[in-house]
Design a protein around this ligand. Sequence first.
Ligand code: ADP
Ligand code: MG
Length: 407
Amino acid sequence: MDKLTVRDFDPQGKRILVRVDFNVPIEDGQVKDDTRIRAAIPTIEYLARRGAVVILMSHLGRPNGKVIESARLRPVAERLSRLLGIRVPCTGDALGLGTQDALARLKPGQVILLENLRFHAAEEADDPEFAKALAGYADVYVNDAFGTAHRAHASTVGVAKLLPAYAGLLMEKEIANLSGLLESPKRPFAAIIGGAKVSGKIKVLEHLMDKVDTFVIGGGMANTFLVAKGHTVGKSLLEKDRVEDATRILEAAEAKGIQVLLPTEVVVAKEITRGAEHKVVPVHKVPNSWSIVDVAPSSMETFMAALDAARTVVWNGPLGVFEVPTFGDGTRAMARYLAGRARDGITVVVGGGDSVAAVEELKLAESFTHVSTGGGASLEFLEGRELPGIAILQDRPAAVGAGKAAK
Ligand code: ADP
Ligand code: MG
């Protein structure tokens, strides 16, 4: 998947419409976490410094086609202005004469942010008229919003059909790192899959089945696998209707000689709340009215010993109910261990909203090879699905003679 990027054209004097993912948490009119804004800076600076007029567009939250004051992008524009060191105004609407006027007055090197695209239902409906209005603002389209690339919306697909469409630098980095895992991982390659539910991750497990040497399974989804292996899990989160899927995955892995590691000891709690009574038990002794909330230290040791051999690791999904700090030991231990491995030079990629949040909470993100900015998008990528917002971008033409050289 080789896409043309912002480096493949001359931005000088061009009006460039850039889809960014500024869907950030906002509280009391303040941006609470600006990770996604900072992630878009390289592309914005690259274009602005080369004399382009940069027109940014994003969604925020789920206003479902209505104007919602708390979903306005103005706090984002303020934070962005500070990060860029230039004033970035925010229009009052993505459409309209006022917006057209403001855009017409922009000079090369200036940056503006359109108001929340999802104030118009036409955005999520991929309405052709809405896409046409947006495309009318610019000469070139750039998509840097990896986090929304799995959605076929007007700003991710509609506009890309109407303008020359390129990948931004963040998009390029996401594609390179995630496709690197699927196409050419250094072996042994291990996948650590956790999180709440098997149902959300079956396709990832199935797609990775042909690629990995080791699966480490933790989190709530491990419970369904434990039941597939004949254990009982008390009051733990369990998807009864997925036990068969779990059995099938275990059998397929065995047939392929893939090592599958499940916890053999777990932390169980009476309630899934802070301060609740909890203890470590072997997986065949989970008390009836208790819930599995974390992987026990002994099993963490086993996991890490197995991962010591890996040259490539992908991690998706926390290993326990890490939102309750007492039940986050396994997840935090894994984050620290993997950060250390990445610092030693092996490839470690983290994807998934909650696993990324766990890594960021520990301020370890910088240590990893790559921490994906897309939750759902990175999951779909790992499922091997084609993301519509990426598919629509221009392909790099195959180099002349490359076929011959390969022979
Ligand atoms: P990601 O966003 O990284 O892909 P998921 O959304 O699949 O991860 O899962 C994250 C959720 O899984 C967290 O809210 C966490 O509390 C939950 N979880 C992890 N382990 C357990 C468990 N043993 N029981 C219930 N929920 C769990
Ligand atoms: Mg999640």
